[in-house]
Design a protein around this ligand. Sequence first.
Ligand code: GTP
Ligand code: MG
Length: 553
Amino acid sequence: MAKSKGQPAEPALRRRRSLSDPLAAALLPPPNETLDERESRLKAATDAKMVSDGIDEMIRHERNHRKKNRAEVQVLLLGQSESGKSTCLKQFQLLHTPAAFHAERIAWRAVIYLNLVRSVRRILDALQPEMDTVDEHDEHDDSLETASVIISSNGRPPSAISGTKVPNYEGYRRKLQPLVELEDRLIRLLSSPDEDEATHFGPWESFAAPEPYSPYTNNGQIGRPTPTILIPPTKPSSTPSPLNGHASSTATPSPTGSNGGGKAKEVTVHTSTNWKKAFSLGSRSKSPKSAHSGEIEGWWEDPDDPVHTLHACAPSMQEMWRDQNVRERLREKRIRLEESSGFYLDEIPRITAKKYIPTDADVLKARLKTMGVVEHTFSISSGSNRGVQWKIYDVGGARNQRQAWAPYFEDINAIIFLAPISAFDQVLAEDPHVNRVEDSLQLWQAVVSNKLLAKVNIVLFLNKCDLLQAKLDAGVRLNHHMISYGDRPNDYDSVSKYFRNKFGALHHAVTPNKERELYIHLTAVTDTRRTATIISNVRDIIIKGNLKTMKLV
Ligand SMILES: Nc1nc2c(ncn2[C@@H]2O[C@H](COP(=O)(O)OP(=O)(O)OP(=O)(O)O)[C@@H](O)[C@H]2O)c(=O)[nH]1
Ligand SMILES: [Mg+2]
């Protein structure tokens, strides 16, 4: 066999490397290789490369296939305002991204303070002597702020039965005056414009009458709407507020007007604002380090921090909340603050302490109305749902927010619908003529009968069962508000069973997909332990339902 001649000399570099690199040395052609040997070596190399490329291609294909079919589950949280959607989302966060949840606890301080200050103002509004003479049309005026404390009156205006005088009213008003300024300041802090995300106050009109939904947003592109309403300002008021004593007449978001022209609306921060930044640890204190070590400077060292005003007003707040005349007056006006969202009046000393850090339970109780859509993504690293990517969407539930729901119907796999059944004796903040459970039923009917959602798994949370139990125990009768309940027993088991059947029957009657199984849970989504168990059941149900749907398609 002829020896190969004139072979290109090996580059010096390759030779040198081959001496130190055993793999390169092994791959080098033998020094006295013949032409035939070289040919068959190269052919073998080409064949090997083809096999290797084939394997690579198979791996790539498999990876793409896996990616395409990667389990991604999109869940939409639906329900009326204050049904517990955002609280439910917080539970998902607490369960799946606890570190992020805990890191944000400090930021919730502002919302908790605001909730407390607003409860105080609601009491002062209710104590105003002039409120005794409001006419019947104003029956629900002081209830517009939040639905939870509006009790349907059954024909009798609260003003007709009020009478208890609170001798200390003027004193409370004077001593709690600093909280007025604080309320405005907290709202401003929460809504302060972020450099990246423009924040602006929506005009009053746009809050009251939202634009009809149009899919053409974002410069004419079809897509999910981008709601723009942020903090609704109060209408300019010429009537003094019980706390500040002077008229608020600017477009600044001052929720302090309480009667006359200025109606206090619930504070809303648009989800696109970076409100958490404003109060996160370190954004305000000079030398942010650890919140737990006493030697380190924290927000309590900052004389401008809201905690100082709250701390100074704490004894007066406490005194007012413990005043039996005040309690009687609230009872007469059917204002049950204990049941309302963001209730912290029973914990004034703890919440107003200088080094107060919100607990998980405090954050779950905090009330901030949602406007826009909040998305939370997580994946589960162990168990049967391993590797599944979850996307949970939390939407605003108030009537003027519901037009933003439909664009999410297309891609979602499951809906968790929350209906707060404790609200059977309450009316909507948006429309005091509508009972809240009636509204939930109507909303439920609209969702479960929707053809676009025919293949979507639906889980129903009959929520706020803790409040339902307390309400029934306190003797509030369901049949006074829902005649159809008749003379059935007014206990928790019977009432919850009644609601379960009512919602279940409605689904059965109107669903476009008779095969769809409905899962109903009695929940109190502020209860972390119980909710964690329910959430993990729901996750399995959704995954199973998803697989079933995928096979059916
Ligand atoms: N006691 C009790 N309070 C609850 C429960 N679920 C929610 N809440 C409280 O009710 C208030 C309203 O809950 P959110 O989760 O903000 O309601 P939402 O459905 O997101 O309301 P919007 O954002 O207006 O649509 C919060 O203060 C919660 O802490 C519950 O099961 N029991
Ligand atoms: Mg919400």
